[in-house]
Ligand binder design. Structure first.
Ligand SMILES: [Cu+2]
Length: 131
């Protein structure tokens, strides 16, 4: 599933950044639909594309992942991580097992990027609990 952090606009006071066209600003939005709902216990491969001119350390809560590729090239040491630094225009593939149910944040760890929209939620649920 491709995920693309993007610059939405610099004209809006609150929402500057977006992920797949949606900005989650401030401390988040209660009840906001998750970006993705992932099957619990399954292995998921996620592609993140940085469509901005800024660096973003993208941080996933709840799981350790492995970075498989960067810009199409295999990453030689597939260390476990919870954050991956993305250079401008980087495309990164990560993989992890979604073994913990619930709603988990995925966000840029540059605080002002996070607070102005570069944040989303991934939901992990059993098949019968997916909405
Ligand atoms: Cu950032």
């Amino acid at each position: 599933m491709p995920i693309a952090p993007n610059v939405l606009t610099t004209d809006m006071a609150q929402a500057i950044w977006s992920i797949n066209g949606t900005s989650m600003t401030g401390d988040g939005h209660a009840g906001m639909a998750p970006l993705l709902t992932l099957g619990r216990g399954k292995t998921h491969l996620i592609t993140m594309r940085n469509r901005t001119a800024w660096w973003h350390p993208m941080h996933l809560h709840g799981f350790s992942f492995r970075v498989l590729t960067r810009n199409g090239a295999a990453v030689p040491h597939r260390r476990w991580a919870d954050t991956v630094l993305m250079a401008p225009e980087d495309t990164i593939e990560i993989a992890f097992v979604a073994d913990a149910p619930g709603d988990w944040m995925l966000h840029c760890h540059v605080t002002d990027h996070q607070m102005t929209g570069l944040m989303t939620v991934l939901r992990v649920a059993d098949a019968e609990d997916r909405r």
